[in-house]
Design a protein around this ligand. Structure first.
Ligand code: TPP
Ligand code: MG
Length: 329
């Protein structure tokens, strides 16, 4: 395999990553406020702290590449390009949502932006991603599939089977492990036998890349290289992106099982302000970043407000789009 030298991305890409990351950041802030304020009744898995992983990865994809993600997937879905208005409506169970209000946050699907499946079954996205990648390989459509999952998911059988199969068939798939160091309330060392998750790549002969997922430059470089390999027919890549989640497993989790100093260190290295500082250091004017933030604030406001005002699905819709084919009433 040839090594590629990857330079720092240009200004457009840097701002694209900034826009995606801050859309996630602002949307997450609003989702949490709406849930805690009683405006949304959903179980919510905040991606706060993991924004850069998605923003930089999705910036390296083409709009029609595929994504498979999980219950903690709102960052991936927004970064991939689902219109916030449609996503919000689905979270609120409204007919205007991505699945007409019948999927909910756990099952966000939006083929128009390549978001093919969101699943709550840990590890179940990986074989599905292989299927999408195999279809692309057979059809020669040049698309790449990214599947996101957590660190604890690497203990599930489907993870191991999927890496093996993808490598044998040289599938155009990227396995993106968002390693936030915890699975539900369990620290990694209590559930995972190996010290470094990336070492699992060796057993399958698959290219493994461990990266600081909160570093936009490193994350983008890793994703771009993996995309290039997949498109060139060189097969899959397993990326382990080290990151952290600021709000525990789900909203309401008090994170008592996380040592206070570990949480404090993670928050001190918050990737959102860190990336803003990195752009300012590169002479990107603050006013330009502020203008992007303001545009995002307007988008989020519009999405949240329109979702609340939208209507629920009609009762007559209850059997529509649920199974292939008609079901007798
Ligand atoms: C097959 C299966 N087993 C157990 C669960 C319960 N469960 C939901 S999330 C979770 C932890 C997953 O942790 P990780 O893969 O690290 O992802 P994270 O939530 O940290 O993003 C578990 C065990 C499940 N949903 N599916
Ligand atoms: Mg985890």
């Amino acid at each position: 395999m040839t090594e590629r030298l990857i330079e720092e991305p240009g200004r457009d890409v840097l701002l694209d990553i900034y826009r995606r990351a801050n859309l996630i950041y602002q949307a997450d802030e609003r989702f949490r406020a709406m849930i805690l304020g009683g405006q949304l009744q959903i179980i919510y898995y905040s991606p706060r702290g993991q924004e850069i992983v998605s923003a930089a990865t999705m910036a390296a994809l083409a709009p029609d590449d595929y994504l498979v993600t999980t219950y903690r997937g709102v960052h991936d879905q927004l970064a991939k390009g689902i219109p916030p208005r449609d996503l919000w409506a689905e979270f609120a169970g409204k007919a205007a949502g991505t699945c007409k209000g019948k999927g909910g946050p756990m099952h966000i699907t939006h083929p128009e932006t390549g978001v093919m499946v969101t699943t709550g079954i840990v590890g179940s996205g990986l074989p599905i991603a292989n299927g999408l990648a195999l279809a692309s390989q057979l059809e020669g459509d040049g698309k790449v599939t990214v599947v996101c999952f957590g660190d604890a998911a690497t203990n599930i059988g489907a993870f191991h089977e999927s890496l093996n199969m993808a490598q044998i068939w040289r599938l155009p798939v990227i396995f993106l492990c968002q390693n936030n160091l915890y699975g539900e309330h369990t620290p990694q060392a209590m559930s995972t036998g190996c010290a470094e998750i990336i070492d699992r790549a060796i057993g399958y002969g698959i290219r493994g890349v461990q990266v600081n997922g909160n570093d936009a430059f490193a994350m983008y470089a890793a994703a771009r290289e993996a995309v290039a390999r997949a498109r060139a027919g060189e097969g899959p890549t397993f990326i382990e992106a080290k990151t952290f989640r600021f709000f525990g497993h789900l909203l309401g989790d008090d994170s008592h099982y996380i040592p206070a100093e570990e949480m404090a260190a993670a928050k001190a290295a918050d990737p959102i302000p860190a990336y803003r500082r990195a752009l300012l250091d590169r002479q990107i004017p603050e006013a330009e970043l502020d203008a992007i933030d303001a545009g995002i604030a307007a988008t989020v406001e519009e999405a949240a407000t329109s979702a609340l005002a939208a209507g629920y699905p009609e009762p007559s819709e209850i059997r529509v789009d649920v199974l292939a084919g008609e079901i007798a009433a």
